[in-house]
Design a protein around this ligand. Structure first.
Ligand code: NSP
Length: 229
């Protein structure tokens, strides 16, 4: 009894504990030079257009991943509201795809001709691996939260007082940096935290490892957008 309670205490706020433990990579993903260059107004527009085109492809791959999370919620969740929160995420992805199309046409980016770069291919392959039914709902929802949270934290940073985000990029930052998106990320985090309290140590370790993989892929995605590999 005492042992079980100790475990529950240790597992409360598991995600915050992991973010503390892996602070360096988390900061690398949420305060990347690409984001800092938007925030200080020095962004190279070639990099922005590269990001826009590559992220459009990424978001298209994100839809089936999200569908797999929805199916897992339906099968494995002990709380009906999980499905509604994830469904809300699906709806906003549909909106996101329309936004990418409008934004691309504004910047003269042809979305039909884009070739996915290596970092994008690797990330999309990773998403596909998470779609396997062998990946537990808890692991998937933790990864899903991390993917959304990196964008939320990154773009919200470009909207803070003192930032010099160019007016033409304001809308992009608001898309992920707005408070509604922040609340949605908080809801995903609460689902993940609730599930992480109940899983075996093996699944807990798997969720932590995959959370780290997400952060690494996010850093690589920003590097690619900045003009790296
Ligand atoms: C690479 C990446 N990561 C996260 C998101 C937020 N859905 C995104 N659009 N692109």
């Amino acid at each position: 009894m005492e042992e079980k309670m100790k475990t529950e205490v240790e597992r409360s706020a598991m995600i915050d504990t992991w973010l503390e433990k892996h602070r360096l990579i988390y900061t690398g993903a949420t305060r990347h030079p690409f984001i800092l260059s938007i925030r200080d107004g020095t962004i190279d527009m070639t990099s922005f257009k590269r990001w826009l085109a590559q992220d459009y492809l990424f978001v298209r791959s994100f839809v089936p991943f999200l569908s797999s999370v929805l199916i897992k919620a339906w099968k494995e969740s002990d709380d009906n509201t999980d499905m509604e929160i994830i469904l809300g995420g699906m709806a906003s992805l549909s909106d996101e795809i329309s936004w990418f199309k409008r934004e691309a046409s504004k910047w003269g980016v042809l979305l039909t001709d884009i070739i996915p770069q290596k970092a994008n291919q690797d990330y999309c392959r990773f998403l596909e691996s998470l779609m396997s039914p062998d990946v537990e709902y808890t692991v998937s929802i933790t990864a899903f939260w991390a993917i959304e949270a990196v964008y939320q934290e990154s773009f919200a940073h470009c909207l803070e007082d003192g930032s010099k985000t160019p007016p033409e990029l304001q809308e992009t930052c608001e898309r992920w940096g707005n408070t509604g998106f922040g609340e949605y990320c908080q809801s995903l985090k609460r689902i993940a935290e609730r599930k992480l309290q109940k899983v075996s140590d093996d699944v807990l370790t798997k969720a932590e490892v995959l959370l780290l993989r997400v952060l690494e892929h996010e850093v690589e995605f920003w590097n690619m957008s900045s003009g790296g590999t």
